[in-house]
Design a protein around this ligand. Structure first.
Ligand code: YNC
Ligand code: MG
Length: 388
């Protein structure tokens, strides 16, 4: 039973496979004057705040909350460790709304104990481009868990999204809720096998020695595709065209314009990296690839404190084989000292996993839409969407 989610306009488990239900919005928009004007009630000791991510101090507080209380693996060995630069990037895309960066403080001590954030995005679902909020970074302090604060955070962000006349949202979670539009798997490619084994992230394969393992994952020192280089500002129009035409084939994908592309993909040290292939003959931009940087804290290890992970973002291959392009991405990630490279089985990613020595990790990432029904779940390869 899902006492909260059963009350929300989301696909309900019992409706799965009911083809008489129409695709699209579940509830119509309400007039803005009928949207609740005051915040939801919090238990008396707490107060709402709008987090000013521009402020060094507030941004550090949000980071600190997340870095102690956000997502961990099932064995509680690792916890995502967001940097301030990453948060600022993720929370301030074109047209972002300050009021969607929501915190809860203890009134007396002013300690930040919960956070949730939304950012605007246009997402195409089949033939319809829908104005949505992408919801992320829902976090409740470990000491306040299981007190039904999460539903209040979700209702409050929903209210503030509604106040901007937006009625749909997209989000991902490791937990199963009513009802995933797609359930994806993470695959992982070891770049620094010795460290990954030392910290207990991976194990030496049966019959393998450390030196054979290091050799197995060794990558060339430099990339192989002529014209492969870092993306620059003047590439934005070409990259936007490549992405738009590539993403068209998927059932659900972002509807990127040049402003979005500049924000999301222009390389930012330790946040996001993007590369293009510029044809040495025609100088046309023929291929594109990108990854974002999401390290984890290694909990309770004497030798290492940070696991540097690169996450595949969007990749478009038109001239270079995708396999070769992704091998070049692994090479640059290794050069930048990442320990591992992760990718979901979305888009065409499964076509290079085995060959490039990725292995599946356990645990799914489920994708959801709020107030938008799909008749059937999508296969990961039908999904053209990666949320950071
Ligand atoms: C989750 N991740 O099922 P039911 S992902 C959504 N997303 O409700 P309580 C979640 N709902 O089942 P706790 C959820 N996790 O009774 C739990 N729930 O109907 C549901 N972890 O609330 C759960 N961050 O407060 C149940 O639970 C109800 O104290 C229980 O808090 C949960 O950001 C949480 O994994 C996740 O910080 C905050 O465990 C806490 O356990 C925590 O008693 C570590 O809540 C960090 C973590 C989640 C990362 C993410 C996406 C969030 C999407 C939220 C939904 C957005 C909907 C669209 C809104 C805009 C709409 C418009 C227009
Ligand atoms: Mg709670």
């Amino acid at each position: 039973r899902h006492k909260f989610w059963e009350t929300q306009p989301v696909g309900q488990f019992e409706d799965t496979g009911d083809t008489s239900l129409p695709e699209g919005p579940i509830e119509p928009p309400t007039p803005l004057s009928e949207v609740k004007q005051e915040p939801y009630n919090l238990p008396n000791l707490y107060e709402w705040i709008t987090c000013d991510i521009d402020s060094e101090e507030t941004c550090a507080e949000v980071c600190n909350l997340l870095n102690h209380n956000y997502v961990e693996d099932d064995k509680n060995m690792f916890r995502f460790a967001y940097s301030k630069e990453f948060l600022r990037w993720a929370l301030r895309p074109p047209g972002y709304c300050k009021s969607w960066h929501i915190g809860v403080r203890v009134k007396s001590s002013k300690k930040l104990v919960s956070f949730i954030a939304g950012v605007p995005a246009r997402i195409r679902v089949r033939d319809n481009v829908v104005a949505m909020a992408e919801i992320n970074f829902l976090c409740v302090h470990k000491k306040l868990r299981s007190k039904r604060l999460a539903p209040v955070m979700i209702k409050e962000v929903t209210r503030r999204v509604h106040l901007e006349n937006i009625w749909q949202a997209a989000y991902t979670a490791g937990v199963v809720l009513p009802t995933p539009i797609s359930s994806c798997l993470y695959w992982h490619r070891s770049l620094n096998p010795k460290k990954l084994i030392d910290i207990g992230f991976s194990r030496l394969g049966a019959g393998m020695t450390m030196s054979r393992t290091i050799k197995l994952y060794k990558l060339p020192d430099s990339t192989s595709t002529p014209g492969f280089r870092k993306m620059e500002l003047h590439d934005v129009p070409a990259v936007t065209r490549l992405l738009r035409s590539y993403l068209n084939q998927f059932e659900a994908a972002p509807d990127f314009d040049e402003n979005d592309v500049e924000h999301s993909f222009l390389p930012k040290e330790n946040v996001v990296d993007s590369y293009v292939v510029e044809s040495p003959e025609s100088h046309k931009i023929t291929d594109f690839c990108s990854f974002y940087s999401l390290p984890s804290s290694i909990l309770g290890n004497q030798k290492y404190s940070i696991l540097k992970a690169a996450h595949s973002f969007y990749n478009v291959a038109t001239e270079t084989p995708l396999l070769q392009l992704m091998n070049d991405v692994l090479i640059v990630a290794k050069q930048k000292d990442y320990d591992e490279f992760n990718a979901l089985d979305v888009m065409q990613n499964v076509t290079f996993f085995e060959e490039l020595k990725f292995v599946p990790l356990d645990g799914n990432l489920h994708y959801y839409l709020y107030n938008y029904r799909l008749r059937n779940a999508l296969k990961p390869m039908e999904l053209g969407l990666v949320l950071v």
